[in-house]
Each structure stands twice: as C-alpha cells, then as structure tokens.
Design a protein around this ligand. Structure first.
Ligand code: SAM
Length: 224
C-alpha cells in the first residue's frame, strides 16, 4: 500500500503556534523533508523530536520529489515542511505535491494546516478580506512595473510579502503609484516585536526609517 505525504504548516515565529496535528505528524512520520534542515531542526529540538531529516528546497524540488515518491511506494509516512508557515505559499511544496499525485495516484496527500503570514496579517489588518489579491513577492526586475500597476487598479486589498532589504524600496515605488492610499504593514507577526503600522506609503517609509524598523519580516497590504 502506498504511504502518506503530509504537508505540514509550521509557526511563522512563535513556536507555540505549532498545531497538535502538526506535532503528532512530526512525531509519527518516518522521515521529514524540509526546505532548510537547520531551520526545521530548531523546531524539532524545541519539541524534543528526533527524526531523519533531508533537504528539499526549490533548487532540488524535482529531483528530491522522486526520492519522496520512492519512499511513499515503500509505504512510508513522509512529512514536508518549509522554513515557516504554509508550504506552497511563496515557498516550495507545489512541485512535490504535483509529482506525487502524478506518479502515485494511490498515495494519500494530506494537509496539516496552520500558520501563514498571509492570513495572520489579514486577521489583524482591520480591513474586510472577503476577497483579496495575493501577489506574494513582487518580481525584482521584469514584470515589477506591471505588478505595481495591478496594485494601483485593484479593487480588492492587495497582499504582498517583502524582505527587510527591500521594504523601503517597495514603499517608495508604492508612493509613486498610489500616494494617497492607506497601506498596512504587518511586521514580525507572532514575535516579540509584532506590530501593525498604518499610513500612506511616504508616512510609513518615514516611520520605518526613523524608528529603524526596516528589520524583520513584513507583510504589506494595500487597502483599495
Ligand atoms: N509560506 C510562508 C507563509 O505561509 O506565510 C511564507 C514564506 S515567504 C518565503 C516569507 C515571507 O513571508 C517573508 O519575507 C515575509 O514577507 C512573510 N512572513 C513570514 N513570516 C512573517 C512574520 N512573522 N511576520 C511578517 N511577515 C512574515
């Protein structure tokens, strides 16, 4: 009988956010595949778990997917986790799942849902998120201007992920295309310095620069 692939969400900062099902799966599985084994080992150690762990990041996803397929054929229970949050959301995981589905239709692929910066940010943004457009990380070069135009004309809230190195650049670009709109920056969610900042792009840029808040992790939400 084919085995089981569990795609498990992990905390986005606060280890307390690991669900019971996630913990149970990490405890009971035969093997863990992780985007970065060092990151996931910290989580496993925190919960006193010892498991064989292998790297499966975007660069080796296709190749390692075959290894996972072989394990599932042998009836193993395989867990996949990305560094933080939900695999497949601006993270590896999708190619693994589609390869397993293609190669092994009899295998069980189950979701073990949990934290995601996307939903965590929306839950405290204070805006209606019945509908929203998630663009993840904007492309760095080709397609960036097109994405900025999409944000400007969107009638729904637009949610973006951004790294600390690029947050100021993004706010400057948003100022050019939507200078008067309210933007919500959700920073360091579930961590000690979690905060939500609101303002226009230029107000936020000033606030972040003067308070040296251009560190950590950011979700940016543009309110239409
Ligand atoms: N798969 C993850 C998820 O479900 O949220 C997202 C992975 S993506 C590579 C990482 C980005 O998510 C960060 O650059 C940041 O934009 C956002 N992010 C992750 N953790 C966060 C946190 N604690 N606070 C704010 N944003 C976070």
């Amino acid at each position: 009988m084919a085995g089981k692939l569990s795609v498990v969400a992990t905390p986005i900062g606060n280890f307390g956010d690991l669900t019971f099902r996630a913990l149970w799966n990490l405890k009971e599985c035969n093997v863990v595949y992780a985007e970065d084994t060092r990151v996931t080992l910290k989580l496993l150690n925190h919960y006193g778990l010892r498991k064989p762990i292998f790297r499966l990041d975007a660069a080796v996803e296709a190749k390692k997917a075959d290894e996972v397929v072989a394990r599932l054929k042998a009836g193993e229970h395989v867990v996949y986790v990305s560094d933080a949050g939900t695999p497949g959301i601006s993270d590896p995981g999708a190619r693994l799942v589609s390869r397993v589905r293609e190669e092994l239709p009899g295998a069980t692929i189950e979701t073990v849902p949990g934290a995601s910066a996307l939903t965590a940010a929306l839950s405290i943004a204070g805006i209606r998120a019945d509908q929203f457009l998630f663009l993840g990380f904007l492309p760095h070069k080709k397609g960036r201007q097109t994405s900025l135009k999409r944000i400007a004309i969107s009638e729904m809230p637009v949610v973006l992920y951004e790294s600390p190195h690029r947050i100021m650049k993004l706010l400057q670009e948003l100022e050019r295309v939507i200078s008067k709109r309210t933007i919500i920056v959700a920073r360091e969610l579930t961590k000690m310095h979690e905060e939500v900042l609101l303002g226009t792009a230029s107000e936020l840029a000033r606030q972040i620069k003067t308070a040296h808040k251009d560190r950590g992790e950011f979700v940016v939400i543009v309110d239409p």
